[in-house]
Design a protein around this ligand. Structure first.
Ligand code: NAP
Ligand code: 12T
Length: 340
């Protein structure tokens, strides 16, 4: 018989993604019977608010998942690597936000607006992977265009906020701005260089091919989610001094002839997308306007004047919501609707 409410564990509850999980579960009235908030020994004992009650944060351990139906994970890739399989073994379905399992052929990589059917594959390992924040917002906007015109190639440059790198990176940007305004040195500890009043063309570490891991995540994850390894993707991922919401300049080339007007019309009715595109009125998506909202915002939609079937656009979304916690909760909603 179907359950009325579920026991949900949040691994990494005190992080920026974890805190967003708590907000979104409440906002969307996810049927939570019991909540287990899990973090490291640094935060064990801390209290967090859920549904008007204080909940104690507990130490993440092997025993954390007995009787848990769904585990929402964002404790960092090495911690997920260790505990997600243990949770799955205890009968918990894990929705993992880290990069650990995304390219595992036995783990589905899911964006509900794009490939909801892939969820069925969770039964192999008991794990579903949430894609990278930059991949999610891009594929939500590109899916209807790919279906209608078949995208052959994507060239993307990202403008990623510091919240993507966690609470310490957000603190680092704040501290650096304060220090610099007080004529003091900006201390660099979390991000590779000073981020205040700067842009860093490095997110995550560098690989042998000259790309960063973050850039290759966008390439590999896009192909996996679209189920199409022929789609060519090249990415440059840049950290900018913005707290929340990632922006992306995206150029696509399609097989079939395409126009900006057709793309706009498609995107206006696409699930999860809001078109904000009226240049004459100065209307286009900006990160400060996307914070706290669910949609993927698209603007600056225009014909690429340099190739026959090309389109340029600008895509913005809250990386902690659609880019992380919201996408994972949407996956959990499909899980309880169709599988649990
Ligand atoms: P964060 O703000 O730094 O938070 C990290 C969280 O993990 C905290 O709750 C921390 O607990 C917990 N944690 C760290 N080490 C742990 C351990 N050994 N055992 C148990 N808990 C531990 O980071 P975040 O931004 O929330 O991101 C966390 C993860 O989510 C990263 O892997 C990141 O790659 C991923 N992420 C995914 C997406 C996406 O899916 N698109 C987007 C952003 C981030 P304490 O309070 O005890 O330190
Ligand atoms: N390094 O989930 O630093 O793979 O912005 C997300 C965000 C990894 C991930 C970042 C990262 C991920 C970042």
């Amino acid at each position: 018989m179907k359950k009325k409410a579920y026991t949900v564990a949040i691994a990494g509850a005190t992080g920026v993604v974890g805190q967003e999980f708590l907000k979104i579960l409440q906002e969307r009235k996810f049927p939570v019977k019991e909540l287990r908030l899990l973090a490291s020994e640094r935060s064990a004992g801390v209290k967090m608010e859920f549904g008007g009650k204080e909940e104690l944060v507990r130490l993440l351990s092997e025993e954390s998942f007995e009787g848990v139906d769904i585990g929402l994970f964002s404790p960092g890739a090495p911690v997920s690597a260790l505990y997600a399989p243990k949770a799955a073994k205890a009968g918990c379905v894990v929705v993992d936000n880290t990069s650990q399992f995304r390219m595992d052929p036995d783990v589905p990589l899911v964006v509900p607006e794009v490939n909801p059917g892939a969820i069925a594959g969770y039964k192999k390992k008991g794990i579903i992977a949430n894609p990278n924040c930059s991949t999610i917002q891009m594929v939500v906007a590109l899916k209807p265009i790919h279906d209608a015109f078949r995208i052959k190639r994507i060239v993307v440059s990202t403008y990623q906020s510091v919240s993507g790198a966690g609470k310490e990176a957000m603190e680092e940007l704040s501290m650096q701005v304060k220090s610099l305004f007080n004529m003091m040195e900006a201390e660099v500890e979390v991000l590779p260089h000073r981020i205040a009043f700067n842009c860093l063309p490095q997110i995550d570490s560098f690989l042998e091919n000259g790309y960063t891991k973050e850039e290759m995540k966008m390439v590999n994850e896009t192909q996996k989610i679209f189920g199409d390894s022929s789609i060519k993707v090249t990415a440059t991922a840049v950290r900018v001094p913005v707290f929340v919401s990632h922006s992306e300049s995206v150029n696509i080339e399609t097989e079939k002839p395409v126009t900006a007007a057709k793309v706009k019309a498609l995107l206006k009715k696409a699930p999860g997308v809001v078109v904000a595109d009226d240049p004459k009125k100065g209307l286009y998506p900006m990160p400060i306007d996307a914070v706290g909202l669910d949609a993927v915002f698209v603007g600056r939609i225009r014909q690429d004047i340099s190739v026959p079937n090309g389109i340029n656009m600008w895509i913005v979304s809250d990386n902690l919501r659609k880019g992380a916690a919201l996408n994972a909760v949407q996956i959990a909603e499909l899980l309880i609707k169709d599988y649990l």
